[in-house]
Design a protein around this ligand. Structure first.
Ligand SMILES: [Zn+2]
Length: 228
């Protein structure tokens, strides 16, 4: 049996906080389906992890097949600093910065199993243009297909038969690290070269280099228009 490392009671205030938290602002058209509520019914056979979830950011493990079969969902607000792999190489994070996330299982009409991962985070990251740290909004909304084994994952096309789109897949496990999965998806959601949309301040030489090296810069174009 998988051993459980977290203790059994989340404090009532933590549970209340998790239950009553406001909806995150969501981009239009993104969250078309409503996620099931986090279960708090401890009478359900598989409900124990959900019941323990609030306030327990670490050590949340679930059986992927059970998650998908029962259509269970977890959600919580977790301090970003608890995602050690994410923040390990990043600048100091904003105090109190939290990741809002949910992980929901489902099984479709064809019997395929899925895990829906949604996360919103604001990691502080270094701008690769001006080298100043800034809080980047990262929104993750990914549907992962659960494969029964590595062999099945390799044997099947990573494309949806109907849409032809690439499907992200994971291998099912009795012990899915829920927060690890959320963390993976956030890391994958980070831009390869993070940059301010518009840097608040650039050192003068960098400004010049920008103007010289990128004639297609919208600012250069704007300047030309103005000079007409
Ligand atoms: Zn910048």
């Amino acid at each position: 049996m998988a051993k459980k490392q977290h203790d059994t009671q989340g404090t009532p205030s933590q549970q209340a906080a998790a239950a009553s938290k406001p909806e995150a602002p969501q981009p239009p058209g993104q969250h078309e389906q409503t996620l099931p509520e986090v279960e708090h019914d401890k009478s359900l056979a598989g409900g124990r992890q959900a019941h323990q979830l609030a306030g327990h950011a670490e050590g949340l493990f679930v059986d992927t097949a059970e998650l998908a079969r029962q259509g269970r969902a977890f959600e919580d607000l977790t301090p970003i600093t608890q995602f050690a792999r994410l923040v390990g190489d990043l600048p100091t994070q904003l105090p109190g910065s939290k990741v809002q996330w949910s992980v929901a299982g489902k099984t479709d009409m064809q019997g395929r199993q899925w895990v829906h991962v949604v996360a919103n985070a604001q990691p502080v990251i270094e701008c690769q243009r001006c080298m100043q740290p800034f809080a980047l909004q990262v929104d993750v909304d990914n549907l992962l297909q659960v494969m029964k084994s590595e062999a099945e994952l390799e044997a099947q096309e990573a494309h949806d038969e109907s849409t032809g789109e690439v499907v992200e897949r994971i291998v099912g496990t009795r012990r899915l690290d829920v927060l690890g999965l959320v963390e993976d998806e956030i890391i994958l959601g980070l831009p390869y070269v993070p940059k301010h949309e518009i840097c608040p301040s650039l050192p003068a030489p960098l400004h010049e280099a920008d103007d010289d090296d990128t004639p297609s810069s919208p600012f250069a174009a704007l300047g030309k228009l103005k000079n007409h």
